[in-house]
Design a protein around this ligand. Structure first.
Ligand code: HEC
Length: 147
């Protein structure tokens, strides 16, 4: 092998291992995004149950967090991140990415509708569960059960 070819081969091999690390990072990033929102959602569940006092500012902050985080979601499933990092993302996401992105857009829409509609505890109890129903819709279609 010529020296140039050796260098070129080493360079390509280096690039693909960099790519592998990047894909693992993107998997960790989307899992982290989900986890932090589950945490925020726990407080909301407690407010719905009445085990934590209703707090409009916390509700609106949670919705704002959902809006910011989930806006990034479609970009966290690039080609090549189908496997690795104990991902539970189903291959269907990449087979029908536009549809997956639409499910996420529907979630974002529900978040903005709820954000405008929630003014007090009564409207919170009606509107917030509609937002969370969208989490389940996406998981049912695109996430594998826990192993
Ligand atoms: C558009 C689809 C979609 C929406 C909307 C969505 N999720 Fe997810 N969620 C996923 C997918 C796909 C995974 C699997 C990610 C992976 O393992 O790579 C996941 C994983 C998770 C996990 C496990 C993370 C881990 O540690 O592995 C939690 C918790 C979670 N979601 C919570 C939520 C909550 C709470 C909401 C709503 C506020 C939500 N998700 C909305 C698609 C979605």
């Amino acid at each position: 092998m010529s020296r140039e070819l050796l260098i070129a081969t080493a360079f390509v091999a280096g690039l693909s291992s960099v790519a592998a690390v990047a894909q693992n990072n993107v998997i960790a990033e989307r899992q982290q995004l989900m986890k932090q929102n589950l945490q925020a959602n726990r407080t909301m569940t407690n407010m719905l149950k009445g085990t934590e006092p209703f707090d409009l500012a916390k509700v609106q902050a949670t919705l704002k967090g959902f809006a910011t985080d989930y806006h990034k979601l479609p970009g966290l499933f690039p080609p090549g991140s189908e496997t690795g990092g104990e991902t539970r993302a189903l291959p269907k996401i990449w087979a029908e990415k536009a549809k997956f992105d639409q499910v996420n857009a529907d979630f974002e829409k529900a978040v903005s509708v709820a954000s405008a509609a929630i003014k007090d505890e009564a409207s919170f109890k009606v509107e917030f569960p509609k937002v969370v129903a969208n989490c389940d819709t996406c998981h049912d279609a695109y996430r594998a059960p826990r192993r």
